[in-house]
Design a protein around this ligand. Sequence first.
Ligand SMILES: [Zn+2]
Length: 326
Amino acid sequence: MQRIAIGIDLGGTQVRAALVDERGNLIARCEERTDAQGGPDRILAQIRGLADELVATSKPSAIVGIGVSAPGPIDTVAGIATSIPTLSGFTDFPLREELQKRFSFPVSLENDGIAAAIGEWQFGAGKGVDNLVYVTVSTGIGGGVVSDGRVLRGRKGMAAHIGHMSVMPNGEPCPCGNRGCFEAYGSGTAFTRRARAWAAEHRSTTLGKSGAEIHSRDVFSAARSGDSLANQLIEEEAEILGRGFTSLIHIFSPDILVMGGGLSNEFDRLQPGIRNYIKEWAMPGFKDVELFRAALGQNSGLIGAAALAFLSENIRLDLPLINADH
Ligand SMILES: [Zn+2]
């Protein structure tokens, strides 16, 4: 019988749900806007509603479990959300227990960066690899690490909050409350903020003339039409990411780096610059680590959450936790 898992990707703007098979294929999916101000009961009702919608389309006996990816940091050892900045009311909230109360399937809970890393490792760009670092560059920067063929979770399961590496004393403010984090310089939000500031100072350029609120896609499109300011902004972004990625390469010695998130839509434009900085700044022996675009696109976390259900099922059956295709 075909085995299926339910994956849930709880984000600040969307709650997405999917039925996923053991090969990582999406069989069915649905989503709705997150009621970010609605509080935990409302969010849990949204998750339950989407899952019920999916279960109605399949044989419930085929479903092995449900995996939930949520914005962290979440203590996944205790199952408690200490605080979720993008969702109100999740303060010291027993998220896993409350989820489990609502489902007859076993529930797994994961920090979103780790869930996405698992998705790419099991079914995406990192298939068959034992060491990878996944980085999502979007509104913020997050990530997850697979090391020696195991998911790195660390104390409280909160490892790999890559965006909050401190890179600058008294630097730019970060949503985490600190200053000078990698995220405060390299995220899509930071990129857009720089683009708006530069455009205001250079009114004669295409970017400066555009007048409207600039988004990252406007910078890339101006760059494609030869705008030198836009190209300079992109080179700077590639340098910031390249330097951060070089630190990750030195710390984890991954076989590959995988980049996901909104800015990875412009991967082809950013990749050569990032590669150059890695080549320049990585120590000999680390310079040849390749960077790939997330193969599952915006579904890394959704599929990774479902993969959790298969992986935790293997733990319960006491089977070795190995990559499915090995
Ligand atoms: Zn921070």
